[in-house]
Write a protein that binds this ligand. Structure first.
Ligand SMILES: [Zn+2]
Length: 87
C-alpha cells in the first residue's frame, strides 16, 4: 500500500462527473478536491471549462490551501483509468 487512496479515486470520480454533466445544466459543478489529505472530501466548484483546463495541464484540482499530491497528475490519471468508477 502506498497510502494514497484519494487521488486516483477522486480523479476517476471527477472524470465520471465530467462525463455525466452537460454545461447547460449547471454553471459550476462540484468536483472533489484532489489534495494529498486522505480524509478530504471537500467539494471543488468548477465550471466545465475550468476542469478541462485542469486536465489539459499537468495539475490537480485543489481547494484553497490544500496540498497537491506528490505524484504527477499523469500518474494519477493512469491509475484512475484502472479504478473504473465509470459504469
Ligand atoms: Zn483537499
Amino acid at each position: 500500500m502506498t497510502g494514497s487512496r484519494s487521488q486516483p479515486l477522486m480523479r476517476a470520480v471527477n472524470n465520471d462527473v465530467r462525463r455525466a454533466v452537460h454545461a447547460d445544466d449547471f454553471d459550476r459543478i462540484p468536483f472533489f478536491c484532489e489534495c494529498s489529505d486522505e480524509s478530504c472530501y471537500q467539494p471543488l466548484w468548477l465550471t466545465l471549462d475550468e476542469y478541462d483546463r485542469l486536465i489539459e495541464g499537468d495539475t490537480f484540482g485543489l481547494a484553497p490551501g490544500h496540498t497537491r499530491p506528490r505524484r504527477s497528475r499523469r500518474a494519477v490519471d493512469a491509475v484512475a483509468e484502472t479504478v473504473g468508477v465509470a459504469a
